[in-house]
Design a protein around this ligand. Structure first.
Ligand SMILES: [Zn+2]
Length: 261
C-alpha cells in the first residue's frame, strides 16, 4: 500500500516534470522568435552595398537600405544598385536624404523647409513615394504614426539653436526611424566590434536591462561602407546573420515595426 502510494507519487512527479519540460520547450521557440532584429544599412549605394545585397539574398533575410540621393545618382553602377535593391522583395529601400546634410548637421536642421526639400529631392532620385520609410542624417529620432522619440544626441542648447522640427518633416510624408544599437565603424568603414562582440552586446540588450524604443524590437544601424571587401564585408555580415539566427532571433521587415500602422 505504502509502496504503491510512493510509486503513485513518483509517477505524478515525473508527469509534472514532463509537462513542465514540454511547456518550456513549447514556449521557448515562440519567445525566441518574438525577439526581432531589424537590420538597417545607411548611406548607400556605396562600395559594400553589392556585398550586402548578395548576403541578404543568400541568407534570405529582410533588411532596410536607407539610401542617399547624391550617392544614388553618382554613377550608372550606383543607379543599378538602387534598382537591384528595389527589385528584392526582402529589401525595403528608404530615404536617407539627398545631401546627407553635407555632414553639417546643425546648419542643415536650422532650416526645416530646406530639410523637407532635401528629403523630397531624394525621393525623386530614388523613385520613392510618400509615406516614405526614412532616416534623417546624423539624427536618431523616431516619428512614426504611433512612435515618437527625441534626439538624445543633441542637448537643449543645440536644440534651441537648431530648432529641429521633426514633426513637420514627418507630417510631410516621412516616417522617421532611428536605431537602438549600432555596429560602429572607425570613420573609414572598418568595424569596431568583432561579430562575436556585437552578438554579445545584442544579447545584453535583450537581457531586460536595456530599454528599447519598441519592446523586444531592436533596430540595428550599420553603414554600407563597412561591408567592402577590404573589411571582409561578405564574411562578417554572413557571420552576424547566422550568429543571430542560431541564438533564436528573428529578422523583421521595417514596415511591420510600428504595430498599429
Ligand atoms: Zn548617414
Amino acid at each position: 500500500m505504502t509502496t504503491g502510494k510512493r510509486r503513485g507519487v513518483t509517477a505524478s512527479a515525473i508527469a509534472v516534470v514532463w509537462f513542465f519540460t514540454a511547456f518550456v520547450l513549447a514556449c521557448w521557440p515562440t519567445q525566441a522568435a518574438d525577439r526581432t532584429i531589424y537590420l538597417t544599412f545607411d548611406d548607400g549605394p556605396l562600395d559594400g552595398t553589392s556585398n550586402i545585397l548578395d548576403v541578404l539574398q543568400a541568407e534570405n533575410v529582410p533588411a532596410t537600405m536607407f539610401m542617399v540621393g547624391l550617392h544614388a545618382k553618382s554613377s550608372p553602377e550606383s543607379k543599378a544598385l538602387v534598382a537591384r535593391a528595389k527589385s528584392m522583395p526582402l529589401v525595403t529601400v528608404g530615404n536617407h536624404s539627398y545631401s546627407h546634410a553635407y555632414n553639417r548637421y546643425r546648419r542643415f536642421y536650422a532650416d526645416t523647409e530646406a530639410v523637407v526639400a532635401d528629403m523630397v529631392r531624394a525621393n525623386a532620385v530614388l523613385g520613392l513615394e510618400a509615406p516614405t520609410h526614412a532616416r534623417l542624417p546624423g539624427r536618431n529620432v523616431f516619428r512614426l504614426p504611433n512612435i515618437s522619440t527625441n534626439d538624445l544626441s543633441i542637448d537643449q542648447h543645440e536644440r534651441n539653436v537648431e530648432q529641429p522640427d521633426y514633426e513637420f518633416v514627418a507630417a510631410t510624408g516621412f516616417w522617421l526611424y532611428g536605431w537602438d544599437h549600432e555596429w560602429v565603424h572607425d570613420g573609414t568603414g572598418k568595424p569596431v566590434q568583432s561579430v562575436t562582440r556585437l552578438v554579445s552586446e545584442i544579447d545584453h540588450m535583450f537581457s531586460g536591462k536595456v530599454r528599447f524604443v519598441r519592446p523586444n524590437r531592436l533596430i540595428l544601424l550599420m553603414h554600407d561602407e563597412m561591408f567592402r571587401d577590404t573589411f571582409n564585408g561578405t564574411a562578417n555580415l554572413t557571420a552576424l546573420i547566422q550568429g543571430l539566427r542560431q541564438r533564436g532571433y528573428s529578422f523583421g521587415h521595417i514596415p511591420d515595426y510600428d504595430p498599429l500602422n
